[in-house]
Design a protein around this ligand. Sequence first.
Ligand SMILES: [Fe+2]
Ligand SMILES: [Fe+2]
Length: 213
Amino acid sequence: MTRQLSRADRLIHQFDTVLRTLVPHAAQPERPSPAGNIADEPMTEAEREHAVGLMRINHTGEVCAQALYQGQGLTAKLPDTREQMERAAQEEIDHLAWCDTRLQELHGHTSLLNPVFYAASFGLGAVAGAVGDRVSLGFVAATEEQVGRHLDDHLHQLPTSDRRSRAVLEQMREDEAHHERWALEAGGARFPLPVKLGMRLMSKVMTKSVYKL
Ligand SMILES: [Fe+2]
Ligand SMILES: [Fe+2]
């Protein structure tokens, strides 16, 4: 009986996280947005649209991160690192909420494709977790490495006048680098180049579609 209840509790908790991730404006950050009261400089319409596209990609990236951690949480053992993984997942919720708020400020919307990417990332996370902790942590490290590369590129591409988005992305960059280091130190496998190239290809599909949709 107790077991059934706790399973039901877990299911409700999972469902709650799904909703908080996918329903726009539902995620609650623990830390205030790094954009604080930084003021933007005036932007042209083209600059605003470009900033929206980039921030939408970053938001979807955080949806994927959330799904990845959730999928892994379901199947991975991770006796020593579960707490740290939950800590990292909370920081990803901050990122999610900051990007969501920034999109609203820029009069943009979150991606319509988020449920698709959520489902795919959840599946990948669950498979990695089931294969083993080394692979699971390696997957976190490889993902964070890739996210870091994206963030560098976006920091480069953002209109200079969009100072609020820049502040958000800079803090995210720092957090993701920390997640990557932690996952490797905790014993994550370093993925071979072909796997990383496959992941890069997948992320290209994501960024190209989400920039517009
Ligand atoms: Fe993140
Ligand atoms: Fe991260």
